[in-house]
Design a protein around this ligand. Structure first.
Ligand SMILES: Nc1ncnc2c1ncn2[C@@H]1O[C@H](COP(=O)(O)OP(=O)(O)OP(=O)(O)O)[C@@H](O)[C@H]1O
Length: 531
């Protein structure tokens, strides 16, 4: 029976693809530690020690104590770990060595959910659909129906219109948030799903719901691979394959329901009513007693696994099946669509803009009141103007300091979405700049300047001289007087008040801004996408 025939049809296109089999063989992964203030190269730390294994369609759990290398293994298999650290080893998908494409053909749900807090659950899913589904093959109605199907499948219909939540808005619950993160990845109908500790931070019931959901997906043919820390029994019994890790080594790799039998052969007996998952961790941590000892290598199945890997690879090469093509290819990012959506969504963070606008108006009124209708008499006319200009310039500088953290705040979102093929770096950069520049930088400054300008009556002298108003004669005289003094004052300060003197500042400002933007873009491109 072919893979396609094996796929289970449940009425949803997103759950039809049959998952691939993954094999990893002799993976050795090291990290270069940095020491001292100058970050000199320290000793190399081996975090995965020549490990091998097979992960099949179904529920594949990677379990182990903290720091055992679960996430590292998951990342290496999923192609998310910096390849510079990979000393040797290969990952095969349906018998073929993986390429960079795996990142785009599979789904990866990170531990800390990266969702847009100001958008609702439905809007987040639609965002993913619009950015990741090729408009040539998927109409708007198609995308919409796919989103509705996923909402229903993940039990999110009731909270579909609830916002995810931010620091300011109370949003959906932790479980709903996690399910939404999974839904974001299911949009592309991937047959291979990676999840990094999907139950961390959730209560026992919600954790069970998430695992049951993954179990349901796996029963529809998907290969679900996830790292997990210490599951309760009702969760453990849903695992098909278990990879037990300890200090970068694989202690057990095989069927989850055969693990107890395996350890009992090694002399470990589980006590009545004990949770097998806890029992395995006790063994790994040396807290369980055995009449025998664990194999010295700690990798009881390694030889067998290596043989199976080699046989499967050979079989694949001989048969040259097209199984790998069953992994759904996520289309590449489409610039125009991405740009439109990114701008739209970035503009939908009104809370920060509202707060900024309100503050701007408040400070404009404050400065305007302090320097209300600056007199044209000397010396207070001159002194007040100097003070007012100082306030205006300082406000513009400080109100724009927020731009510094523009890309820092969303670093993890950008890395996740960029790595998953939502959009290109240039699209994100231009959208972010465009969406931030107008509502958060230009508009507030126009408001600020306009309000304070008219409250202070900083009108240019010649503008008033145009007015044919006999009652303003006195003012004109004072304006002229002040204007002459003003020029003298500027001369005294060494400020060039000629036309070019004015424009050279604008040119310098544009130059500095352009250089900063180019540097920011280069830095954004240089951000490590690897973990
Ligand atoms: N980029 C890195 N830099 C430094 N150390 C790292 C890096 N990646 C992994 N490690 C180290 O490798 C070891 C395994 O880390 P990993 O995150 O894979 O463990 P884990 O089993 O997933 O742990 P946890 O359950 O706490 O998330 C740890 O000792 C960790 O400190």
């Amino acid at each position: 029976m072919s893979n396609k025939e094996k796929s289970v049809h449940v009425g949803e296109e997103c759950f039809q693809q049959h998952g691939p089999t993954l094999m990893f063989s002799n993976i050795k992964y090291c990290i270069q530690e940095r020491v001292g203030l100058l970050c000199k190269k320290g000793p190399e730390k081996v975090i995965l020690k020549d490990i091998s294994g097979i992960l099949k369609p179904g529920m594949n759990a990677i379990m182990g104590p903290t720091g055992s290398g679960k996430t590292s293994l998951l990342d290496v298999i999923a192609g998310r770990k910096d390849p510079a650290g990979l000393r040797h080893g290969t990952v095969f998908v349906d018998g073929r060595p993986v390429t960079n494409d795996l990142r785009l053909t599979s789904a990866y749900v990170v531990q800390d959910d990266v969702l847009m807090g100001t958008l609702s659950v439905r809007e987040n899913l639609l965002f993913s659909a619009n950015l990741r589904l090729d408009p040539k093959n998927h109409s708007s109605a198609d995308k919409q129906s796919r989103v509705e199907n996923i909402l229903e499948e993940l039990g999110l219909t009731e909270c579909a219109n609830t916002k995810i939540g931010t620091d300011f808005i109370r949003g959906v619950s932790g479980g709903e948030r996690k399910r939404c993160s999974i839904g974001m990845e299911l949009i592309t109908a991937p047959s291979l799903l990676f999840l990094d500790e999907p139950t961390t931070g959730l209560d026992a019931y919600t954790a069970n719901c998430i695992i049951s959901l993954l179990h349901k997906l796996s029963r529809n043919g998907k290969t679900v691979i996830f790292s997990i820390h210490q599951p309760r029994y009702s969760i453990f019994e849903q695992f098909d394959q278990l990879t037990l890790m300890h200090k970068g080594d694989v202690v057990y790799a095989g069927k989850a329901d055969k693990a107890l039998e395996y350890f009992s052969l090694l002399g470990y007996q589980i006590k009545a009513f004990n949770n097998p998952a806890d029992f395995f961790l006790d063994i790994i941590n040396g807290e369980a007693e055995s009449t025998l000892e664990l194999p010295a290598t700690g990798k009881p199945h390694e030889t067998l696994i290596t043989i199976v890997v080699c046989v499967l690879v050979l079989l694949e090469l001989i048969c040259a099946t097209d199984a790998y093509t069953n992994v759904t290819r996520v289309p590449g990012p489409r610039r125009r669509e991405s740009e439109r959506e990114a701008v739209l969504n970035l503009l939908r963070t009104p809370q920060t803009s509202y707060a900024q606008w309100a503050l701007t108006v408040f400070f404009a009124l404050l400065v305007g009141l302090i320097y209300y209708q600056i007199p044209l008499t000397l010396p207070e006319g001159l002194q007040n103007r100097s003070g007012a200009f100082f306030f205006l310039v300082i406000n513009v500088v400080f109100s724009n300091l927020g731009a510094v953290e523009l890309f820092i705040k969303e670093r993890s979102v950008f890395i996740h979405e960029n790595a998953n093929g939502y959009y290109r770096t240039s699209v994100y950069f231009l959208s972010k700049i465009g969406a931030d520049l107008l509502p958060n930088r230009i508009v507030p400054n126009i408001f600020f300047s306009a309000i304070s300008y008219y409250m202070m009556v900083l009108e240019r002298p010649h503008a008033r001289m145009h007015k044919i108003d006999p009652f303003k004669n006195q003012n004109i005289r004072l304006v002229l007087c002040c204007s002459i003094q003003g020029e003298m004052f500027l001369q005294g300060q060494g400020i060039d008040y000629s036309r070019w003197g004015f424009w050279q500042n604008q040119v310098a400002l544009i130059g500095i801004s352009s250089v900063c933007l180019v540097v920011a873009y280069i830095q954004l491109r240089r951000i490590k996408r690897w973990k």
